[in-house]
Write a protein that binds this ligand. Structure first.
Ligand SMILES: [Zn+2]
Length: 165
């Protein structure tokens, strides 16, 4: 089995074969992800199986990566360990997606084929918090407190100056 990154794939055809892919996907191949991370060196570890499970054309497996994003408090990089379990059901309409049994999330196929790396990229992007932060972000806390103190003390400083005159 070749581990080079697949391009456009037909999930139905692959599922009928029980296709399995294992390998690493460099972040550099995922432009939407690169726009969201600080350090684009590195790669995601990916293991995906396409198979027919009951009535579901399923994409299952895992996507793992250590991502560096900007902490929204101190603006320093913060590391996020993504360990995503993938349970996707391939559908061709939103109505079909609504009928998917648990635990499958819909993977909407808009054309006949889809880009393999898009599946990986979507899983990684979904795993990034909307407002990423360090669990213990001391620096950010101090900065905002300082700004607050300054804002409060300014009117009193002005008053003191007036009284001295
Ligand atoms: Zn921080």
């Amino acid at each position: 089995m070749s581990s080079s990154l697949p391009g456009l794939i037909d999930p139905f055809a692959l599922a009928s074969k029980g296709w399995h892919w294992q390998g690493s996907v460099p972040f550099a191949r995922l432009p939407r992800l690169v726009a969201m991370i600080v350090n684009s060196e590195g790669a995601a570890k990916v293991e995906l199986t396409f198979s027919q499970i009951g009535k579901v054309v399923a994409v299952t497996g895992r996507v793992e990566a250590d991502l560096e994003v900007v902490c929204q408090r101190c603006l320093e990089p913060v590391r996020i360990e993504v360990r995503a379990v993938v349970n996707l059901g391939v559908v061709t309409s939103i109505a079909e997606g609504d009928m998917l049994p648990e635990p499958y999330e819909p993977l909407l196929l808009e054309e006949e084929k889809l880009r393999f790396s898009d599946i990986v990229e979507d899983e990684l992007i979904l795993a990034i918090p909307v407002v990423p932060r360090h669990a213990e972000c001391e620096r950010g806390g101090h900065t905002s407190r300082k700004i607050q103190t300054k804002a409060h003390s300014a009117p009193f400083a002005e008053l003191a100056k007036l009284m001295l005159k």
